[in-house]
Design a protein around this ligand. Structure first.
Ligand code: SF4
Length: 311
């Protein structure tokens, strides 16, 4: 990566994945949001976003994860997507969205003109009441489900995902069954472990669950996905907490440069490491491959669950 300052115009040479929050606003107010949207931040302006995009436009092996808050509620969202697609067609765009805006078919049709390679949509349950309780927005489940249907109608690739917490971890196998039966066109489903930051940190007593408790349900969920031929990936679950045959479904360690807000020098100075393996892993044979888990999780639960593997 090149030297830079927070407002610099120098181009950024990047490989791999970057995460870019387009703004702090959201039409949900999830109790497990890591961003804590109730904190007041001013969004980047359109010209600030364009100036940032201009700095990464020359990269060829780059995936940009476009997130927020909720990126689709920006009034300039379609313009920003078009700008990136037209000026940087070799950059892969992944959209992280709660999907609610896509319940509007006109909006969906416009996104489909310059579609992201996929849209990752969190669904917190197959039970509307639980989903809406977590989003703190009544009716959000129905809008998200309709949004997913509309995206699929317009041939936009969608991957529903569940963020595992104390309120839903026993439901994860049935969630995968729901996705397989309701949206077979998706072909894939994601399972995320939870980062206990932001609102999730504020609400952690309601949400936190040990990986050793959730792992058996995640394993069952993998079995369900395999039954349906559904691709499944699990994010930030330590290899040592699942049986060996399930480890291949855990996404290996990857370094994502965090650009939560490109104005913030601390966040643009390079890799922000918020998860991974730890000293307690010792000489485990999976160090370097295993994703470990969130440092916020280790701060809450310590390292006693880890069982380094030597054979
Ligand atoms: S001990 Fe550490 S490196 Fe080994 S599997 Fe567990 S978390 Fe991963």
């Amino acid at each position: 990566m090149s030297d830079m300052n927070s407002c610099g115009s120098e181009s950024l040479k990047l490989d791999g994945s970057i995460y870019c929050g387009l703004g702090f606003g959201c039409n949900n107010d999830c109790i497990l949001c890591v961003a804590n949207i109730s904190e007041k931040h001013e969004n980047m302006s359109t010209s600030q976003m364009i100036a940032y995009f201009d700095r990464i436009i020359g990269n060829k092996n780059l995936t940009i994860q476009i997130s927020g808050g909720e990126p689709t509620i920006r009034r300039d969202f379609l313009y920003l997507m078009e700008y990136l697609s037209v000026n940087a067609p070799r950059i892969t765009k992944v959209l992280l969205s709660n999907g609610r805006m896509f319940c509007n078919t006109d909006f969906t049709a416009k996104v489909a003109v310059y579609p992201p390679v996929c849209v990752l949509v969190p669904l917190h349950s197959y039970e509307p009441e639980l989903h809406d309780m977590i989003t703190r927005r009544p009716g959000s489940f129905n809008e998200t489900v309709l949004g997913i249907r509309n995206m699929l109608e317009y041939k936009i690739t969608v991957i529903p995902k569940i963020i595992v917490n104390k309120l839903n971890y026993k439901l994860v196998p049935d969630f995968v069954e729901f996705v397989a039966q309701t949206f077979p066109e998706c072909g894939a489903v994601g399972i995320d472990t939870m980062d206990l930051l932001g609102s999730a940190g504020v609400n952690k007593e309601m949400l936190k669950v040990k990986h050793t408790e959730s792992a058996p349900y995640i394993q069952k969920a993998i079995d369900v996905a395999q039954k349906y031929g559904l691709h499944i990936s699990v994010i930030y679950m330590p290899f040592c907490l699942v049986e060996e045959k399930y480890r291949k479904f855990i996404t290996p360690d990857e370094s994502i440069v965090m650009y939560k807000d490109p104005r913030d020098e601390k966040l643009t100075g390079g890799l922000t490491k918020e998860r991974g393996t730890v000293d307690a892993c010792g000489k485990c044979k999976y160090v370097g491959k295993c994703p470990g888990t969130w440092y916020s999780y280790f701060r809450e639960f310590g390292y006693d669950e880890l069982k380094p593997i030597y054979d």
